[in-house]
Design a protein. Structure first.
Length: 73
């Protein structure tokens, strides 16, 4: 299998530790200021619901950096 650079975050329930695969809702949070390399960090948050205990929680799904050279994941 080829190695990829993509980081797949393992999201687990903060109550019982059960892994939750898919968020039922996601949204993007764009940083209001660029970093030193003039890139804007976009953070994608997700709302997750634990299939075991029903706990609803928020977690970071992924982060991306938008710069003049394109998107850096
Ligand atoms: Zn749970």
């Amino acid at each position: 299998m080829p190695k990829t650079k993509t980081k797949q975050r393992q999201v687990v329930c903060p109550e019982c530790g059960t892994p939750v695969k898919e968020p039922y809702k996601t949204w993007e949070l764009v940083a209001p200021f660029p970093d030193k390399k003039m890139r804007i960090t976009v953070t994608i948050f997700g709302m997750f619901e634990c299939p075991k205990c029903g706990k609803k929680f928020r977690a970071v799904v992924s982060k991306a950096k938008l710069g003049s050279e394109g998107i850096e994941l």
